[in-house]
Design a protein around this ligand. Structure first.
Ligand SMILES: NC(=O)c1ccc[n+]([C@@H]2O[C@H](COP(=O)([O-])OP(=O)(O)OC[C@H]3O[C@@H](n4cnc5c(N)ncnc54)[C@H](OP(=O)(O)O)[C@@H]3O)[C@@H](O)[C@H]2O)c1
Length: 299
């Protein structure tokens, strides 16, 4: 396939960046950067540095600027509020200005975590009410982009699954690591609801969104709504470990020392706008979890 359009990605070295590179690279000219140069297709850029960010984008002249990097450790963000603002919000101001300077569309990755979680499910147009500092940095970014960007997409994923053993910093790999350590009982919260988001499907659906020249705010999560508890059970089910490992249901409070940042009770999103446009190609989270585990983790 002949590649025509150019994509510049800032913060592409993480779990989502991996799928973004692999999915888009087939059809687009990719220029991927990160502060952590962990792949041969990455170059160094600290996106907090406006001058360097601006220079590199000026030279590449991309059609799209994907600003996807962030600090995603909620506890780190609570303990390092200014640093988190600088990385997750001030850098987004840089991205808005740069995308406006060079007339490219800005693609920003927000989060299902911007809502307060008091409703069961959230639609694209619901108003963010952040309850923790990480969520605040994302909500501030959304607000700033809406006011100042000439052409943007704000995309909200849910509980990300992707990146494999090397890059996955989130729930699935946390469970897998415990399994690899021969744990006999997994403590899993029963009071957290959400929508998993397979990074591979996310990247494919994002590609479809670009092809359709959309702009605005979109939820983008896997089909099917669930809970941390059900995801943990499904992991054991897929790996055929239900007879060997127990799951003990606990409440969020059980992890109050380790995971002290506030998290919404429900982070469940519905891809309503994409459904209405008939552009929702996200698969069910159980199918995705199965594919993710089989392709990435040998146990
Ligand atoms: N993971 C989830 O469950 C989830 C859910 C909803 C939304 N999101 C959003 O999705 C996006 C991608 O998340 P992810 O899970 O792929 O995160 P990730 O795996 O932590 O990847 C983020 C990447 O950004 C890099 N980065 C941090 N500061 C940077 C800087 N100043 N300049 C350049 N790169 C920098 C990180 O480097 P270091 O590793 O060195 O920090 C990392 O390689 C983020 O915007 C995140 O907020 C994630």
């Amino acid at each position: 396939m002949k590649k025509s359009k150019i994509i510049f990605v800032a913060g592409c070295g993480g779990m989502l960046g991996d799928s973004i590179y692999n999915v888009f690279n087939k059809e687009y000219h990719m220029h991927c950067t990160d502060i952590n140069v962990n792949e041969k297709w990455l170059k160094f850029l600290d996106f907090r540095n406006y001058t360097e960010y601006d220079n590199i984008v000026k030279n590449i002249k991309p059609d799209y600027l994907f600003h996807i990097g962030a600090y995603t450790d909620l506890e780190y963000c609570e303990l390092n509020k200014e640093d988190a603002l600088e990385t997750n919000f001030y850098s987004v101001k840089n991205a808005v200005k740069i995308a406006n300077n060079y007339n490219c569309q800005l693609i920003f990755i927000s989060s299902a975590g911007v809502f307060d979680g008091t409703k069961n499910t959230y639609y694209d147009e619901d108003l963010p009410i952040p309850i923790g500092h990480y969520a605040k940095t994302k909500a501030l970014s959304e607000e700033y982009i809406k006011k100042n960007s000439n052409n943007y997409l704000i995309i909200r994923p849910g509980w990300m699954m992707g990146g494999g053993p090397k890059k996955d910093k989130k729930f699935v790999n946390k469970i897998i690591k415990q399994i690899k350590n021969n744990i006999k009982t997994l403590n899993v919260v029963s009071d957290k609801l959400g929508t998993p988001t397979y990074t591979y499907d996310f990247a494919n659906n994002l590609k479809l969104i670009l092809r359709n020249n959309l702009n605005g705010v979109f939820n983008l999560v896997c089909e099917g709504q669930t809970s941390r508890l059900e995801v943990a059970h499904e992991i054991l089910n897929i790996l055929n470990l239900q007879q060997k490992i127990n799951i003990k249901e606990v409440e969020t409070n059980f992890f109050k020392n380790e995971y002290f940042a506030k998290r919404p009770f429900s982070e469940r999103l519905v891809n309503k706008k994409l459904n209405d446009l008939d552009l929702n190609i996200m698969r069910n989270w159980k199918i995705c979890l199965n594919e993710y585990l089989i392709n990435n983790f040998s146990l």
